[in-house]
Every structure is written in structure tokens, then in C-alpha cells.
Design a protein. Structure first.
Length: 189
């Protein structure tokens, strides 16, 4: 049974250290651009969530409620070119007013679990007796197949582009593995 590596047990102490690049002072043009941009909290969402109102009073229409950003569900809104184009507050609303045509904002749903909570729950499931049993079963059945394909046959990267071609290449890799298994077994029983 594989055990979790003890060396990684105390990695939380490294996360508490300050980032060495955090205290760098902005200089020159960067310092002038340090204007507080509008945050998603500054936008007023309608009760039916069909639109939201920006701080300048423009209406942003909904363009998706089943969206995820970094694994968290959110509702996305987009402004119109007619509303955002001539707006006086573009420099406070957009990071790059010259390049960006309209404002897009993602409003995250409240009272949702963070990705860290899900990660901790998965760690607990793997560390449970049932999780250890399943993981040891996977180590014996699934992982050797990938190890054989990647290391023994050196098929460790896809050389084609596009999901259809990569899918075909993966099926060929699996075919090579299965042919080798068939060649090794006795078919004359």
C-alpha cells in the first residue's frame, strides 16, 4: 500500500512566508496607471439575474449562468458597444481601455465551497479505508497500463494537433498495448 510522503506533510509553513516579489514598488508609467478599477462588487445585479448595472449606469446583459471560473460557478455579464464605447469611466472600468471594446464581469454565487474545501474532502476520501482499498486496486490495474505506454513504449506525447487527431493517436497507442497483451497470452486453449 502506498503511503503519502511525510516530507510534504509540513508544506503549510512555506505558504505562510511572504512572497519576495510582493513588495516591489511600481515605477514610472505603472504608478500612474494604478487607478482603482471597478470590482464585481460594484455592479448591481437584477433580482431575476437577467442583467446588471455598472457604476456608470450602463446595462450589462447576461450571457451565461452555467459558467465556471477556476472551478467556481458564476454568472457572466457583458456590456454593449453602444453603452461602453462612449462611456466617460472606461479608464476606471477596463484595464486596457484602448484595446477592450466592452466590459465583461463574472459574479460568483454566494455561499459556495471553495476549491480548497473540495480538495480537503477528496484527501479525506482517499485516506479512508475504502479509498485506500480502491486506490490500491487502481495501482494494480490502471497505472501499469499508462506506465507501459509511456515508459516502455516511449509513447509519452501526442505529435498531432486537434482533438480528433489526438483521439485517433491515443486509440492507436491503446491498440499497441492491447496487441502486446494478446501476443503474450496463450490463445490455443
Amino acid at each position: 500500500m502506498r503511503q503519502r510522503d511525510e516530507r510534504y506533510e509540513g508544506q503549510e509553513i512555506h505558504k505562510a512566508k511572504p512572497d519576495p516579489l510582493y513588495e516591489k514598488k511600481p515605477t514610472g508609467q505603472d504608478q500612474q496607471q494604478r487607478v482603482r478599477l471597478y470590482r464585481p462588487e460594484d455592479f448591481l445585479v437584477a433580482e431575476d439575474a437577467s442583467h446588471c448595472i455598472c457604476p456608470a449606469g450602463q446595462k450589462l446583459h447576461s450571457n451565461g449562468s452555467a459558467c465556471t471560473v477556476n472551478g467556481r460557478p458564476c454568472h457572466k455579464y457583458t456590456g454593449s458597444k453602444a453603452g461602453c464605447g462612449p462611456c466617460e469611466q472606461r479608464s476606471q472600468c477596463l484595464r486596457h481601455p484602448q484595446r477592450t471594446a466592452v466590459r465583461q464581469v463574472a459574479i460568483f454565487k454566494k455561499n459556495q465551497s471553495s476549491p480548497n474545501d473540495v480538495l480537503q474532502a477528496m484527501k479525506q476520501r482517499i485516506d479512508s479505508p475504502e479509498g485506500r482499498r480502491r486506490y490500491s486496486q487502481r495501482i494494480g490495474t490502471v497505472e501499469p497500463v499508462f506506465g507501459n505506454i509511456r515508459h516502455n513504449k516511449r509513447l509519452n506525447r501526442f505529435t498531432l494537433r486537434g482533438s480528433k487527431k489526438v483521439g485517433t493517436q491515443w486509440r492507436l497507442y491503446c491498440l499497441v498495448h492491447n496487441i502486446e497483451k494478446l501476443a503474450g497470452c496463450d490463445l490455443k486453449k
